[in-house]
Ligand binder design. Structure first.
Ligand code: 13P
Length: 244
């Protein structure tokens, strides 16, 4: 069983929620664990649409680094938890790139989520320039190290990691299963150096141009616990084929 996480990004509508509602029994019988990350205004509608299908979990795409107070436009971890959410995406590369989220901010967000019983799905990954200059492992090490230094709990069940190479997101150029395995193995090694050996079993998802044609090979690759899916998760038919 793998974890399939649907990141709708700033897409979707009540009509899309309705389309997923109509397919919910198919999703409820999936062999995989399904997580959905709609935009904030659609969270409640999707939760209601999935009523009676408790295996379908809903999360948020972002959480504030602040606990509460005068932060117009922000949404706190406490609010997400009160809404009954299980997971929250943290540090997606689009947030790092367009909204200035540094490794330190990402770590604080993960801490806030954990403090309120949410599982942060922390996204890490290198850009094309970083990969081409041989910096992939250095970048990933720094991203994981920042979590450890902030005392984010790097423990299975309390955190998920998503390896999303920036060059593979939305480009149609997924990393190959061999490349993904190599990087995930490296991340596990990095984690093992930072936490007790027994706790270094954190699940690592892969994200970046996953679709119905390549998902089987990606999920079959060693060290891949699941997939974080963007564009293809907005198509009910295609996501249904992945979530068999
Ligand atoms: P795509 O699947 O559209 O490449 O997006 C991946 C992603 O960023 C998921 O978080």
């Amino acid at each position: 069983m793998a974890i399939l996480a649907a990141n709708w990004k700033m897409n979707g509508s009540l009509a899309l929620v309705q389309a997923f509602a109509e397919t919910k029994m198919h999703f409820a019988h999936s062999a995989h664990e399904l997580l959905f990350f709609p935009p904030f205004p659609l969270i409640q509608a999707l939760q209601q649409a999935f009523e009676g299908a408790p295996s379908l979990q809903v999360g948020a795409q972002n959480v504030s680094q602040y606990e509460a107070g005068a932060y117009t436009g922000e949404v706190s971890a406490a609010m997400l938890a009160e809404q009954g959410l299980s997971h929250v995406l943290v540090g997606h590369s689009e947030r790092r790139l367009y909204f200035g989220e540094t490794n330190d901010i990402v770590a604080v967000k993960a801490l806030r989520a954990q403090a309120h019983g949410l599982v942060p799905v922390v996204c890490i990954g290198e850009s094309l320039a970083e990969r081409e200059s041989g910096q992939t492992f250095r970048v990933l090490n720094a991203q994981v190290q920042a979590l450890a230094e902030a005392e984010v709990q790097l423990r299975d069940g309390l955190l998920l990691l998503a390896y999303e190479p920036v060059w593979a997101i939305g480009t149609g150029l997924a990393a190959s299963p061999a490349e993904i395995s190599q990087v995930h193995a490296h991340i596990h090694t990095c984690l093992a150096e930072l936490v007790d050996e027994s706790d270094s079993t954190i699940s690592i998802l892969y994200g970046g141009s996953v679709n119905a044609n390549n998902i089987e090979a990606i999920l079959a690759a060693p060290h891949v616990a699941g997939a974080l899916i963007g564009g293809a998760s907005l198509k009910v038919d295609e996501f249904s084929r992945m979530a068999v």
